[in-house]
Design a protein around this ligand. Sequence first.
Ligand code: SF4
Ligand code: SF4
Length: 425
Amino acid sequence: MPTVYNWQLGRSMRYPYEQASPREQFAFVININRCIGCQTCTMACKSTWTFAKGQEHMWWTNVETKPFGGYPQHWDVKILDLMEQANPGGQRWGGPVNGSAQRPYGEFAGKTIFETPEFVARGGQPNHVLGYLPSDEEWRFPNIHEDVATQGPTKPMDFGEGEDLSDGKKHKAWFYYLARLCNHCSYPACLAACPRNAIYKRPEDGVVLIDQKECRGYRKCVEACPYKKSLYRGTTRTSEKCIACYPRLEGLDPETEGVPMETRCMAACIGQVRMQGLVKVDKDNTWIEDRYHPLYYLVHVAKVALPLYPQFGTEPNGYYVPPRWVPTKFLEQMFGPGVDEAVERYRNPDRELLAVLQLFRRSNQIIARYELREGPKVYETTQNGKKFEMYNDTIIAFNRAGKEIFRTSVEEPIHVRSEAHANSI
Ligand code: SF4
Ligand code: SF4
């Protein structure tokens, strides 16, 4: 079987197809710290793409309450459990973290879902991917355990009970909202598993699509996707999944005059927690340095945004700023070994990070580059034992055509209502 390079794992890995990369890659960052679980993103997607007959259970994007919520139910615990059974005690990270874009999190010494096919061989026919098909029951409750901080199966997750957090406090009860969609993975498990070759990754933007004419509904993709973001539709007997709102990506929406626009779920986000972009990747899918691209900055420079379950091995293109109130032990299972550093950076942001965080959700256009204009110091304090300084810098966002989309400052402007309209709404 061919090998491909997976930079999130810091090593090569087995994958059924030869190494290939798109010209640009669809990617996104979600800041968990600011998500309020309002489900506006969920409904924006639902009302656009999955409102027809047979799609009732389809939530291409969903927001689940962690640690116990999940759609389908327990999707991550179940696949982690299978991986542990396939490689008992071996699912560990190792090797030095060298900080480079080729190996930022050290090396994953365990086995990915592509490296344990023997484990799921059936009748002499080895499967390409370790996975499982959720039951009907597991698809039934899209927002189960919403806002619940206890109960539910825990194996094999470690809850880091009693662990001191970086603020020196023990948080016995905690939960957070995890907004999810298809990660348009660099090494998609859905694509690897499809016996009809009906799933493909677009060379222009890395979006993963299912050709509805070729699909026969074998549900191999549903079984293989560790994130369970390929879903079966009984009325058409085909599988469907997130299409990354590709007409918007292609700039076909009249509002943006030909330049790429963010997906519906990103653009609708009330909490301003989502940012989507197109990043330049090399032949081995490592990110080409693009210092002033906001996603490159968040993932590879500030290192505050981490991939979701990188150990699965699909090289997901969804990145998350981990929540700062949750035990690191728990978060490391979900986001890998970069959690401590990411939380620390987010808790004590420098002036560039503070400015880049202002870019989230100020425009529907995809930001291709930013520029920073330094402003005066407006605030100084000590937090978490460290000196914190705030500067009222201005950050300017540009689209792919190099045109300024907007500019905004770190300090929020104060508007004083004129006396003439003192009590009007
Ligand atoms: S998240 Fe799942 S459905 Fe999406 S590309 Fe990755 S493996 Fe395929
Ligand atoms: S719209 Fe934004 S804030 Fe609301 S649930 Fe979705 S990601 Fe969270």
